[in-house]
Write a protein that binds this ligand. Structure first.
Ligand SMILES: [Zn+2]
Length: 407
């Protein structure tokens, strides 16, 4: 799908040290090996885009891409759009809007917000509606191979499930989850009679007879499984090695774990080397969610007159792996910071070459954006009136290239 315009990324002198990040699943450091970096990030379901939680996630992965590119790596970045899914159908029904129109309008809003926040677009931005044929083919293969099974409901529709075992859920990092409950709370159906294992994930919902996409079915009568979608896109667009699988922390289980399971099924040699899960953003004491009505939308903040770069700096002020609570003070702090940096650009500039290296060191260390911003603040204060035009120009380029902040 057409994404959004590529923001300008100025060339910088020298090169960043290799980045290592802490893998959510193992707690160990991972870094790219070789000259190519491949990133898969779980994209939006287009019905409540773009709140600050989404913006935080996609700005974090934008920072990852920028840091990789600064280290000289070739980056291939794929992201899906779950534009056929239950929450979307439910929202459409509630509001009386055609689900396709709802999805398209929300995708457009997301596209505009990402462009406004200077996020680098993915190389492959893939809506699920574009890959229904290969998805159906994959599900039929699973059935042929006896690794999936169907359960037919009273309405005559059949849902297909991947067959799993206890061993599939034995990883150490899953021990902190009450798996059945988390699965149930996230759209899973562990209690359905007839399932071979309560955690078996759905791979296709709502087939009629042999027709996976029954004609005349109302919107939402059928749909592919969410987890298998990401596995298929990852395999088809990135190949055998995926350096980082990314998404919000709420996707660790079941979504990303089950995607990994599918990936293993498709292609046992596909290797996912690390996983990054961004912290959850809360507002007024709770995780932002449509159901609680506590969403802070990027588009609303822009309407209130906040500069896009202030919003971006507010997001960069938080460590990617930490949960945080948004308050308007985040924007106040970011506004003061941007003013300080602008002043340093107008009247300062000395020592910018060393600053560039210091910022690179911060980012290379587990993508420490708050640390990078602090280093710049200290430099801006120290060199406020140094009047070095060449340094000032380098400072401006660095902010734009490495942080996506332009002024
Ligand atoms: Zn996903």
């Amino acid at each position: 799908m057409r994404s959004w315009p590529q923001p300008h990324v100025p060339e910088l002198p020298g090169r960043a040290p290799a980045l290592s990040v802490i893998d959510t699943r193992t707690g160990e450091r991972v870094s790219v090996q070789g000259a190519d970096a491949r990133l898969y990030v779980c994209g939006i379901t287009p019905y409540d885009a773009t709140h600050l939680g989404h913006a935080f996630t996609y700005v974090v992965f934008d920072m990852l891409v920028r840091t990789w590119k600064d280290a000289g790596l070739n980056v291939n970045y794929a992201q899906n759009i779950t534009d056929i899914d239950d929450p979307l159908f439910e929202r459409a029904e509630e509001t009386g809007v055609n689900w396709r129109e709802l999805a398209d309008s929300q995708i457009e809003l997301f596209r505009t917000d990402m462009d406004t926040l200077s996020v680098l677009p993915p190389d492959n931005w893939v809506p699920v509606s574009d890959i229904l044929d290969p998805l159906e083919k994959s599900v039929r293969e699973l059935l042929d191979e006896g690794r999936a099974y169907g359960l037919t409901g009273e309405d005559g529709r059949t849902d297909y499930y991947l067959e799993t075992t206890d061993a599939d859920y034995a990883s150490e990092h899953l021990s902190r989850f009450d798996l059945i409950n988390v699965f149930r709370e996230n759209g899973g159906d562990p209690d359905r009679p007839g399932k071979k294992h309560p955690l078996d994930p759905i791979v296709w919902k709502g087939a009629v007879g042999d027709d996976f996409r029954a004609e005349g079915a109302k919107a939402g009568a059928w749909r592919p499984g969410w987890h298998i979608e990401c596995a298929l896109i990852g395999r088809d667009y990135l190949g055998d090695t995926i350096d980082i699988q990314g998404g919000g922390a709420d996707l660790v289980f079941p979504h990303q774990e089950m995607s990994l399971m599918h990936m293993d099924d498709f292609h046992p040699q596909v290797q996912v080397r690390g996983q990054m899960n961004t912290g959850m953003v809360a507002y007024e004491g709770h995780k932002m969610s449509k159901s609680l009505g506590n969403l802070v939308l990027v588009s609303k903040l822009l309407q209130r007159g906040f500069e896009p770069m202030v919003i971006r700096l507010a997001l960069l002020g938080h460590a990617w792996h930490s949960d945080w609570e948004y308050t308007d003070e985040d924007l106040g702090r970011a506004e003061r910071r941007l003013t300080r940096w602008r002043r340093a650009h107008h009247t300062g500039g000395a020592g910018a070459r060393q600053l560039l290296e210091d910022v690179r060191v911060r980012l290379a260390d587990n993508l420490d954006t708050p640390g990078a911003l602090d280093v710049i603040d200290a430099w801006a204060e120290e060199n406020e009136y140094s009047d070095d035009r060449e340094g000032a120009a380098l400072f401006k380029d660095m902010c734009q290239a490495l942080l996506g902040v332009h002024f």
